[in-house]
Design a binder for this molecule. Structure first.
Ligand SMILES: Cc1cc2nc3c(=O)[nH]c(=O)nc-3n(C[C@H](O)[C@H](O)[C@H](O)COP(=O)(O)OP(=O)(O)OC[C@H]3O[C@@H](n4cnc5c(N)ncnc54)[C@H](O)[C@@H]3O)c2cc1C
Length: 273
């Protein structure tokens, strides 16, 4: 394992303002950072602080890294003020990853909402790298309103693959916004889209309530608990099991997670908080 305290400097070489509250930083680290999709890094702004974020780029690329960040508080407010050229620090990668080997040959369902799409974009792009290794990939993506949808510039490209479906839904459409795709919370897509349940994996990431209801509905549809992968974004600091902020029952979300199967954590307390 690499030194978990080592900070690798990275230059922000581009910034994509995805939505009013979410931006993607495109980073060029001073040396390549290898990670596996689903793992997270600690991203720090000198003099401000650091926080856990999941790379949103493919794990087949290590010379650059994208990180998609929602403005929620002190650190992320500052991250939303930086310009290209800024140097940030990266520690990691840390934690567990999505087991792509187990997904090969399967119909893979991906369900995400809000900034939960960040790790899922990494998973999706890593799978597109050799998309034919998977029978099909269906990505259901939710946002509050059309202007909150992220990765807008990539959707057309993503929809070109034969065995890939990228389907979006927004909770509501304000009168001043245009939208000709689905309306309703992302879980309403489960009834509208053909889903192959039989022994297939499903990966979910999003706000806690969305994860809770998606899990309930996916189990009802017949997905097995051991095939349902959740990214648990518990409050964490060190990233490697020392500070104990991110305990979920007998697990550390940073070390044993953030990717867990529902089967692993279903009996733990307060998993959706
Ligand atoms: C494994 C993991 C991966 C994550 N990936 C992403 C990502 O790709 N994109 C993204 O926008 N956000 C991600 N987050 C959440 C992100 O870490 C927090 O939004 C960020 O640290 C908030 O910092 P703040 O100072 O701006 O907010 P604060 O004012 O400190 O808090 C705002 C909110 O963020 C939560 N939060 C604060 N500190 C942490 C922390 N250390 N760990 C987790 N949550 C915290 C608080 O509980 C609160 O709900 C991830 C969290 C985890 C644990």
């Amino acid at each position: 394992m690499q030194n978990p305290y080592e900070v690798i400097k990275a230059e922000v070489y581009d910034i994509i303002q995805e939505s009013p509250l979410i931006r993607t930083l495109r980073l060029k680290p001073e040396k390549p950072i290898e990670f596996k999709t689903g793992q997270f890094i600690e991203l720090g702004l000198p003099g401000i602080g650091e926080g856990p974020f999941t790379p949103s780029s493919s794990h087949y690329i290590s010379e650059t890294m994208d990180v998609t960040i929602m403005k929620t508080g002190f650190l992320t407010e500052h991250i939303h003020k930086i310009d290209p050229g800024t140097l940030v620090g990266i520690r990691g990668p840390f934690g567990s990853h999505y087991p792509l080997e187990k997904f090969k040959g399967k119909d893979v369902l991906i369900v995400g909402g809000g900034c939960g799409l960040a790790p899922l974009r990494s998973l999706f792009l890593s799978m597109l790298h050799d998309n034919k290794a998977y029978n099909s990939i269906t990505f259901l993506a939710g946002a509050k309103t059309p202007k909150d949808c992220i990765y807008k510039d990539e959707v057309t490209e993503w929809r070109k693959y034969d065995n890939v479906k990228f389907i979006r839904a927004v909770d509501e459409v304000p009168p001043e916004e245009e939208w000709n795709e689905n309306v309703g919370v992302v879980t309403t897509l489960f009834e509208k889209v053909k889903i192959e349940v039989n022994g297939n994996p499903v990966v979910v990431c999003g706000p806690p309530l969305m994860m809770k209801f998606a899990t309930r509905d996916l189990l009802k549809l017949g997905f097995k608990e051991e095939n349902l992968y959740l990214s648990m974004e518990k409050k964490m600091y060190c990233g490697f099991g020392q500070c104990r902020h991110c305990i979920i029952g007998g697990y550390y979300a940073c070390k044993d997670g953030p990717v867990f199967t529902f089967d692993q954590i279903k009996n733990e307390e307060a998993i959706w908080e």
